[in-house]
Design a protein. Structure first.
Length: 170
C-alpha cells in the first residue's frame, strides 16, 4: 500500500479514455467524463476496430455490452447518436461510446460479431429509430409488425398517424 492508502496496482490503473485517445487519435472525436461517466464520441468508420479493441485489450476487457440505444437530435446535423453502454466485469468499469449518424443515410457497422447480445439491441434501434446496422445477420423489426410504417421514436414521427391494418397470420 502507498501512503494514500491506494495499492500500487490501482495507482497504475489505465483509464479507458486515455488509452482510446492514445491508440486511436484519428477515431476519437471527443472524450469527456461528465459526472464521472467516461464517454467517447468516435467516428462511425472507426466503430468496428475501436469496439474490438475495447473488448479484447487486456487492460480494458469490456466484455459486456449492456445496451445500445439512439438519441434523435432533430434539427441538428448529424441528427442521430447511437449510444453503446459497455461494462468490464473484471475491471468493474463502465464506458459510454457514441457514434454520430447522418439523417440522409442513417447507418453504422454492426457489432454482433464482437458481442452476440448486440443482435436484438440493434434490431430494436432499427425498429424504433430507423438506423441500419451494416452486416447485421437478421435486421428486421423486433417490437413492431413488418407492415408498420415509420420509426416511432423519431421526434418527427406523427403521433396521430394511422397504421395499416394487417390480416391474421396463417
Amino acid at each position: 500500500m502507498g501512503i494514500d492508502g491506494m495499492s500500487e496496482d490501482s495507482a497504475k490503473e489505465v483509464l479507458p479514455l486515455d488509452l482510446l485517445k492514445e491508440r486511436f487519435p484519428e477515431e476519437v472525436l471527443e472524450a469527456s467524463r461528465p459526472l464521472g461517466d467516461e464517454t467517447a464520441i468516435i467516428r462511425p468508420q472507426g466503430l468496428p476496430v475501436v469496439m474490438q479493441f475495447l473488448r479484447s485489450d487486456e487492460r480494458l476487457r469490456f466484455d459486456v455490452l449492456v445496451d445500445i440505444t439512439a438519441v434523435d437530435y432533430l434539427g441538428r446535423a448529424p441528427r442521430f447518436e447511437v449510444v453503446y453502454l459497455l461494462l468490464s466485469l473484471e475491471k468493474n468499469r463502465r464506458l459510454r461510446i457514441k457514434v454520430r449518424v447522418d439523417e440522409a443515410e442513417p447507418s453504422v457497422a454492426s457489432v454482433t460479431g464482437i458481442w452476440a447480445s448486440a443482435d436484438w439491441l440493434e434490431r430494436e434501434v432499427w425498429d424504433m429509430f430507423g438506423i441500419r446496422f451494416e452486416g447485421h445477420p437478421d435486421l428486421r423489426r423486433i417490437l413492431l409488425y413488418e407492415e408498420f410504417e415509420g420509426h416511432p421514436l423519431r421526434k418527427d414521427y406523427p403521433i396521430q398517424r394511422r397504421q395499416p391494418r394487417i390480416g391474421p397470420k396463417n
